[in-house]
Design a protein around this ligand. Structure first.
Ligand code: SF4
Ligand code: SF4
Length: 176
């Protein structure tokens, strides 16, 4: 197998392992989470227009909505930029606070960032966001090591600027 094929295979395995970790360790914790990410008091939700339209139940056109935003007529938690929208500081309208669940789970209206948070594969490594209290870095490292097998080791490094973002890379050479 060529080096490129190996990298591709590892990326696929890491993506599957990250998704499985979310299902096994993160999602079951969401209902009792002390600081739910969907409240958006810490996290910023990145949205496409069609997602804003569905989640905020908007009847108006995009230009009309943009004019309203630009005029400071809200929704105050949404900012526009780079062709996208960013929501922060108020709970996501799809968040059911009574049971800690997402009302658009598994639907197109759910932003990609929600599916990725807090553990996802990117460019052949796994990114873990430790702002989610359900993420246990040691357990996640062991989980990924099991997924890729004994010929590889997992090396973690925190982002210097945002240390809650940890990159887990796969290196040759077994335990380490
Ligand atoms: S921060 Fe983590 S545990 Fe809490 S609601 Fe979000 S994904 Fe679930
Ligand atoms: S779309 Fe769902 S998962 Fe994403 S912030 Fe809103 S409630 Fe949470």
């Amino acid at each position: 197998m060529s080096a490129r094929d190996t990298r591709r295979r590892l990326a696929t395995e890491l993506a599957a392992a990250a998704a499985a970790y979310q299902v096994a360790a993160v999602i079951p914790h969401c209902a009792q989470c002390a600081k739910p990410c969907c409240r958006l008091d810490v996290l910023v939700l990145e949205l496409e227009w069609k997602q804003v339209k569905v989640l905020w139940k908007l009847g108006e056109s995009r230009p009309a909505f943009d004019r309203r935003l630009a005029a400071g007529q809200g929704p105050e938690e949404i900012r526009a930029g780079n062709g996208l929208y960013y929501a922060h500081s108020k709970p996501c309208p799809a968040y059911d606070q009574s049971c800690g669940a997402c009302r658009v789970y598994g639907q197109e209206a759910k932003p990609e960032g929600c599916t990725d948070f807090p553990v996802y594969e990117d460019g052949g490594a796994v990114i873990a966001d430790l702002r989610c209290e359900a993420v246990n870095l040691d357990a996640l490292t062991a989980w990924l090591a099991r997924a890729v097998g004994p010929s590889w080791r997992i090396v973690s490094s925190a982002d210097p600027e945002f240390p809650f973002l940890v990159t887990l890379e796969v290196k040759r050479g077994g335990k380490g």
